[in-house]
Design a binder for this molecule. Structure first.
Ligand code: BG6
Length: 497
């Protein structure tokens, strides 16, 4: 495939290049961009990390990562050999000023060799404790002094709560202008997630009914069969609310609920999304029990295999009170969505891995058919499958063939795998290319991050102040705690899918 948008000469400096993210996601994504000819001719990746590695061992390590995780499968020998020349490694401590001086020298060497200034991308693929140190040193060393040519990419979690997110934003803004900051939420790079906007705003059919007059409620489910794996340390400080709802799920909610943007300019799209976050009703601390449910998995079975409970996972406190499941009912206080509940839920060690958004429409105002014809009646429904299945399904009523009038729901389906033969880029491919091109549309702006924290703070604070005495309250391999059913059942609904 020949690309039409080419980035300027670029060097990506990855802090934490010896870690999991670079190994599993970043380098496989950059490699696929290279194969698809999106990478500029003058391009390099400088890895920085504390692990001792030479350029050769760094490349070998990344080669294994690409072979294991690239969407194209194992790399071809000659293609990898050509690509890997652009990879080099600098071992050093993030606190050490000389690391940054060496980077400056290296970047200047590239500029001399290529006879052109380069876009400098600083990618912080490190735990949050290092953010301040690294961002500060990038600033004080002058590495980012050319504001139009330097960008910083920050992984989630962006802050631990509203206060810390504000502090971090202030610090980052001392060095970088907001337009240079790329806060990653990898969900926004997923094909199916980007398609939500196309579905809503490139079709005349849906937008006129996309409101409280026609929509009964919305559901967002992001379920995973995986447990916390080897991330116990991190997860003990996070939990499901911080790990999934504050970012990925609230972003999905924004895409479903936002007003049509006037253009696809980055700030226009982000303004419309932040409007939704600002309109989300703040749950009062004393009402949290009526709007939010938490759970923690105990031992159980996943696909016939016995698995541990959360409290038995490595690096997890034996009496941990962290939630591995959360469900919240939101309301959006604006003209379009007043009184339409949006139910969201997410959990680890659930019965299946699935991310899906359901738009449930209201029933027809009057059923003219005889009662016996409509036993299987079901109001219209749009189901957007984000992953692993990728597609959109519209359910509507149809007459069953036969001599009797019998009405039952049928589906009209769009399935990526039936409609397209081209491979689907990974979220990180889309996002890394956007960073190189300087397009911030799919990244979180400072005010978005803060608004998302502010929505969740009452729930976070209430749960932290009141420990659950029921944990663990769902067995691994189940659909979460029974209270989650109650949350939605008391409004007369049930979780779909
Ligand atoms: C990450 C969370 O942001 O998203 C993980 O920290 C979660 O806990 C992951 O497993 C899910 O991402 P995906 O792309 O596999 O749905």
């Amino acid at each position: 495939m020949e690309s039409s948008r080419k980035a300027d000469p670029t060097v990506i400096v990855i802090f934490g290049a010896g870690g999991d993210l670079a190994w599993r996601k970043l380098i496989p994504a950059i490699y696929n961009l290279y194969l698809d000819q999106w990478i500029p001719k003058n391009f390099a990746v400088l890895g920085v990390g504390r692990t001792e590695m030479t350029d050769t061992s760094f490349r070998k390590h990344l080669h294994e990562g690409v072979d294991s995780f690239s969407r194209r499968g194992k790399s071809k020998k000659n293609e990898w050999a050509a690509f890997s020349k652009c990879l080099s490694y600098h071992q050093g401590d993030f606190k050490d000023a000389s690391v940054y001086q060496n980077l400056e020298k290296q970047l200047q060497t590239f500029e001399k060799t290529w006879k052109t200034p380069v876009t400098r991308v600083f990618y912080l693929a490190v735990p949050p404790v290092f953010f301040e140190e690294i961002a500060g040193k990038i600033g004080s060393s002058g590495l980012a002094k050319n504001k139009s040519m330097s960008r910083i990419v920050v992984e989630k979690p962006f802050g631990h709560d509203l206060e810390s997110a504000k502090r971090l934003n202030e610090l980052v803004h001392q060095i970088f202008h907001e337009s240079q900051v790329y806060r990653i939420d990898h969900y926004l790079g997923k094909e199916t997630v980007q398609n939500i906007l196309a579905f809503r705003f490139a079709n005349a059919l849906f937008e006129p009914i996309w409101n409280r007059n026609y929509i009964d409620h919305v559901q967002i489910t992001v379920a995973e069969q995986l447990g916390v794996e080897n991330r116990g340390n991190y997860y003990e400080t996070a939990g499901a609310l911080r790990d999934m709802i504050q970012n990925h799920i609230l972003q999905l909610l924004c895409l479903i609920a936002m007003e049509p943007p006037v253009s696809f300019e980055a700030d226009e799209v982000r303004n419309r999304k932040v409007d939704v976050l600002n309109a989300l009703r703040r749950i009062r601390h004393e009402d949290v029990h009526a709007y939010a449910v938490r759970g923690q998995y105990g031992p159980g079975w996943i696909e016939g295999k016995k698995v541990k409970g959360y409290r038995q996972e490595p690096d997890v406190n034996k009496n941990s009170n962290k939630e591995t499941f959360a469900a919240v009912k939101f309301f959006i206080d604006n003209w379009r969505w007043q009184d339409v509940p949006v139910y969201v839920r997410t959990g680890k060690r659930m019965n299946e891995t699935v991310s899906v958004i359901t738009i449930q429409f209201r029933p027809v105002p009057h059923r003219s058919f005889p009662a016996e014809a409509t036993e299987n009646w079901q109001p219209n429904r749009i189901v957007m499958s984000i992953q692993p299945h990728m597609g959109i399904k519209l359910s509507f009523q149809a007459k069953r063939p036969g001599l009797k009038m019998q009405i039952a729901p049928v589906d009209m389906s769009f399935d990526y795998k039936d409609s397209y033969t081209t491979g689907t880029p990974e979220a990180y491919e889309t996002l890394l290319l956007d960073v190189m091109l300087g397009d911030t549309t799919l990244f979180m702006r400072a005010d978005q991050v803060e608004a998302a924290w502010s929505v969740l703070m009452p729930v976070i604070e209430t749960w932290e102040a009141n420990k659950s005495v029921h944990f663990p309250n769902y067995a691994a391999g189940m659909q979460g705690p029974s209270d989650a059913e109650g949350l939605i059942a008391k409004d007369g609904h049930n979780w779909i899918g």
